[in-house]
Design a protein around this ligand. Structure first.
Ligand code: FMN
Length: 184
């Protein structure tokens, strides 16, 4: 067992290390978290790319198209959850967070290849029924480039790679994480 998962502080270090790897390594498990929101019809889930992880601010950053349903859902109710399964580490991470939205950075937009920019600017809007599979157009639209910031409130960590399994929960109180081992 890695010595860092023997303590609550060491486990929190492991969590932020996994998140950091997700922002830097396309093959890292934390690169593709599942974001859950609350819609009028019930819970919704989808994958997004993890762009930034700030331990000092306790935030995670993702990008999305302003016209997607998740944006309307988060506007109506900013409470959301994020899920990561790292099969190699045998670790599941579950986060409860509150989302805020802001226009994406113009500098990042200008540095994106056209193919990446086209994701932001699909007509008709994502999720709209269309006559055939390719009956839509993609035109980069900076106005659709939205940055989602998740302020983390709670973390649930489960490690199946240890014997016995380990599970810890952390609550954010004014920027400080309070950890607690719980039965797995
Ligand atoms: C591997 C993968 C990465 C994705 N990355 C993003 C992303 O970074 N941002 C995003 O808005 N959608 C991303 N998507 C698409 C979403 O999963 C989803 O289909 C789309 O955003 C519409 O979601 P919504 O209808 O719930 O708003 C990705 C999908 C996959 C399979």
């Amino acid at each position: 067992m890695n010595s860092w998962v023997e303590t609550l502080d060491g486990t929190l270090d492991q969590i932020w290390q996994m998140l950091g790897r997700g922002t830097a390594d396309r093959r890292a498990a934390a690169r593709h978290p599942v974001l859950a929101t609350i819609s009028e019809s019930g819970p919704e889930t989808r994958i997004l790319v993890l762009r930034k992880a700030s331990r000092s601010a306790n935030t995670l950053t993702l990008y999305t198209d302003a016209a997607t349903p998740k944006v309307a859902e988060l506007t109506a109710d900013p409470r959301c959850a994020l899920h990561i399964w790292d099969a190699k580490a045998q670790v599941q991470l579950r986060f409860r967070a509150t989302a805020t939205m802001a226009p994406g950075s113009k500098q990042i937009w200008d540095g994106m290849p056209k193919g990446a920019r086209e994701v932001y600017g699909v007509t008709p809007a994502p999720g709209t029924p269309i006559e055939t599979a390719e009956a839509f157009v993609r035109e980069p639209d900076y106005a659709k480039f939205l940055e989602l910031t998740l302020s983390l409130r709670e973390i649930d960590y489960t490690n199946l790679g240890t014997t016995p399994h380990r599970r810890a929960q952390y609550t954010n109180a004014d920027g400080e994480w309070r950890g607690q081992w719980v039965a797995p």
